[in-house]
Design a protein around this ligand. Structure first.
Ligand code: NAP
Length: 270
């Protein structure tokens, strides 16, 4: 059975009126999470900056929704173009969600950029771009989603397993992810009164366009594989499964936590 068939064969995890927003849902981890949440019964909104990538992702997700047994078909999918580093764009995304679905139950603040460079060479522009997407973007995604988020909802923030170990060329990147991770903890406290759970997920090295575009070459990837208990790099679906769990009732007693999904890379020596 293929992964896709397995997804469609499962009983729905989410009710038909569940609405999930996935920022950066047009590629890699975000797209896999959108597929998973859709397969698990939710209606899904994806956002990203690139219009062509957005159209392709929405067409694929709409096809998945049409093929699934749950009612609603392609109407269960919405794509909205937007840059999460811009609060005005986030407001426009939330307006589009409100107009189409009226509310949110799940927010996966996933949009992020990889900012690797030697510490001495990082410019103010590099800093503003990385902080703008990886921290400011996450912060305001959750803040602007709040009026739509129903009590009892779930927020998942994409951090990074780089929090577990210092990496020389990741000074800026790791700091932005540490901030995003910390936000999950503090928001879990701040939103407890509304029974909104907030957690982060920390992927290891996952085979996505982001990893392919990084300076991690074949030799380093082979090293990482050999240091990973699972014996392989991560797949976007590995992270999507963790996100669906954290977003679901199965995780109703889990909040303010970070779930590391790295195949054992940082947790055990092999
Ligand atoms: N891959 C890994 O090894 C790894 C490891 C740890 C953590 N992560 C985290 O996982 C998340 C997803 O990464 P990925 O590997 O799936 O990367 P990816 O395949 O490059 O996807 C990134 C997604 O984010 C969107 N995006 C980027 N900047 C955005 C912005 N300012 N506004 C809205 N959308 C934006 C991209 O679309 P547009 O470019 O069209 O906007 C794309 O949909 C990131 O937060 C990353 O830090 C990845």
């Amino acid at each position: 059975m293929t992964t896709r068939n397995r997804q469609n064969a499962r009983t729905a995890r989410f009710g038909a009126d569940t609405v999930a927003l996935v920022t950066g849902g047009t590629s890699g981890v975000g797209l896999a999470a959108a597929r998973r949440l859709l397969a698990d019964g939710a209606r899904v909104v994806v956002c990203g900056r690139d219009a062509r990538r957005l159209d392709t992702a929405v067409a694929e997700l709409a096809q998945q929704a049409e093929a699934a047994a749950a009612g609603g078909g392609a109407d269960r999918v919405l794509g909205v173009r937007g840059d999460t580093a811009s609060v005005a764009d986030l407001d426009a995304v939330m307006r589009a969600v409100r107009d189409r679905f009226g509310h949110l139950d799940i927010v996966f603040a996933n949009a992020g950029v990889y900012a690797a460079a030697p510490f001495e060479e990082i410019t103010e522009d590099d800093f503003d771009r990385a902080v703008g997407v990886n921290f400011k973007g996450v912060f305001f995604t959750v803040q602007r989603a709040l009026p739509l988020l129903r009590d009892g909802g779930s927020v998942v923030i994409n951090a990074s397993s780089l929090l577990q170990r210092g990496r020389a060329d990741a000074t800026l990147h790791s700091a932005t992810k540490a901030a995003a991770h910390n936000l999950a903890r503090t928001l879990a406290a701040a939103l407890a009164g509304r029974r909104v759970r907030v957690n982060s997920v920390s992927p290891g090295y996952v085979e996505t366009p982001m990893l392919a575009g990084s300076d991690i070459g074949d030799a380093q990837a082979a090293d990482l594989r050999s240091q990973t208990a699972a014996g392989r790099l991560g797949r976007p679906e590995d992270i999507a499964d963790a996100v669906a769990f954290l977003a679901s009732e199965e995780a109703s007693y889990v909040t303010g936590q970070d779930l590391v999904v790295d195949g054992g890379l940082h947790g055990c020596a092999v």
